[in-house]
Design a protein around this ligand. Structure first.
Ligand code: FAS
Ligand code: PHB
Length: 390
């Protein structure tokens, strides 16, 4: 088989890249290791930045998002039993859109298949080759048959555990990473959200997040040990801990059936550069943020917006300048999102090994941010999303 762009991974990055290239007349084939059902039902991110929402609307993917998404003009931080709202509309004139990642993936797959796009699900043993030469190609297996895809460009959109980053010679990459001494225990609950907007809780027992997926579905998180044993968390224990951490004078979380649960490790990770020859990495394949800043999915969309423009220049103008500058263009904004995600994480989580002085610094930072319009504005402009680098 032959195509212009071979894309590994049918998560938000790979699917959005395939869609944006298609709109510009550029062919691609997407190879996905998992089944369509699996990727369409994997519950992950929930918040779309202002720029991501615009990108989806402008590329014809906004109809269901506009119908089912929840527009949030602010966010709440809860500490010392009181709420402190960050008013995005007032501070930066923007909002965020609460629209589940799995719905974005469903919308993208429907759009690609509806336009005759090629997505190979359950592609096994995917490997990428000769991307440092001018004839990159991809092998994969389906059943007993090994297939080869010849292409001009390979996009590695296969997430943190994918094969593409691992295929770049280690000596060519600089790795920056930090593991945090905690994880998130996340649940999807069949109960109406108990708050209008997302509520980030800083509590002496640990962080909690009261988020949502729809008027009937809540998405809730508890800071836990990085190696937490989920089996030790009965439904009652989860709800009881959430009630304690989210407590405020006249507030009680509505409880209900827990439909999904899982533990997400917490790390910051960036590789430089995000490219090697004709292989370009986008999304989690190149960087991971702690989800406290709601950046993961949004960074993937921003990478893809840059990569799309670079690939279009390659085919339409015969110029590789934008492809050569891809990493540098993305990394400036990625590092700012890494900073914000690290800052939100250190601001709101409990570090049980902190000295009394460090605990005072954290309390003073919270007090300052919510006592200063300038500091709240800085939080707002980062949370709604810094301008896209395109
Ligand atoms: P993805 O990981 O979404 O997609 C990569 C795709 O590549 C997958 O479908 C995978 O099956 C496929 N793949 C992997 N190896 C392959 C191979 N060898 N061959 C073919 N295909 C292969 N972000 C937030 O903003 N908020 C959150 O609350 C949040 N929660 C998260 C919870 C979990 C458990 C995880 C893992 C991530 C979470 N994230 C969150 C981050 C997440 O949303 C990512 O940022 C987002 O999925 C990035 O999209 P992609 O880069 O497309 O990577
Ligand atoms: C979510 O809705 O899953 C969510 C919201 C905000 C975050 C992280 C996750 O910071």
């Amino acid at each position: 088989m032959r195509t212009q762009v071979g894309i590994v991974g049918a998560g938000p990055a790979g699917l959005l890249l395939s869609h944006l290239l298609h709109l510009r007349g550029i062919e691609s084939i997407v190879l996905e290791a998992r089944s369509r059902h699996y990727v369409e039902n994997r519950i992950r991110a929930g918040v779309l930045e202002f720029g991501t929402e615009q990108l989806l609307n402008e590329s014809g993917l906004g109809e269901r998002m506009r119908r089912e998404g929840l527009l949030h003009p602010g966010v709440v931080m809860r500490f010392n039993g009181a709420d402190h709202r960050v008013d995005f509309a007032d501070l930066v004139g923007k909002h965020v859109m609460v629209y589940s990642q799995h719905k974005v993936v469903q919308d993208l797959i429907a759009a690609r298949l509806g336009a005759g796009g090629q997505i190979v699900f359950q592609a096994e043993d995917v490997s990428v080759h000769d991307f440092q030469a001018a004839r990159p190609h991809i092998y994969y297996r389906q059943g007993d048959a090994v297939q080869q895809i010849d292409c001009d460009i390979i996009a590695g959109c296969d997430g943190f555990h994918g094969v593409c980053r691992a295929s770049i010679p280690l000596g060519m990459l600089r790795i920056f990473e930090r593991e945090y001494p905690f994880g998130w225990l996340g649940i999807l609950a069949g109960t109406p959200p108990s708050t209008e907007e997302n509520v980030y809780v800083s509590h002496e027992r640990g962080f909690a997040l009261l988020a949502m997926r729809s008027p009937t579905l809540s998405r809730l998180y508890l800071q836990c040990a990085p190696d937490e044993d989920l089996a030790q968390w009965s439904d009652d224990r989860i709800w009881s801990e959430l009630q304690i951490r989210a407590a405020r004078d006249d507030f009680r979380l509505a409880e209900g059936p827990i439909l999904q649960r899982g533990i997400t490790p917490m790390r910051s990770f960036v590789i430089e550069p995000m490219q090697c020859g004709r292989l370009y990495l986008a999304g989690d394949a190149a960087h991971i943020v702690p989800p406290t800043g709601a950046k993961g999915l949004n960074l993937a969309a921003a990478d893809v917006a840059v990569l799309t423009q670079a690939i279009v220049a390659f085919y339409r103008l015969g110029s590789s300048d934008r492809l050569d500058a891809y990493s540098a263009t993305c990394l400036r904004r990625i590092w700012k999102a890494q900073r914000f995600s690290w800052w939100m994480t250190t601001l709101l989580h409990r570090f049980f090994d902190h000295s009394p002085f460090e605990q005072q610094m954290q309390a003073a930072e919270l007090d300052y941010v919510f006592g200063s319009r300038a500091a709240s504005l800085a939080l707002a402009e980062n949370y709604v999303g810094l301008p896209l680098p395109v």
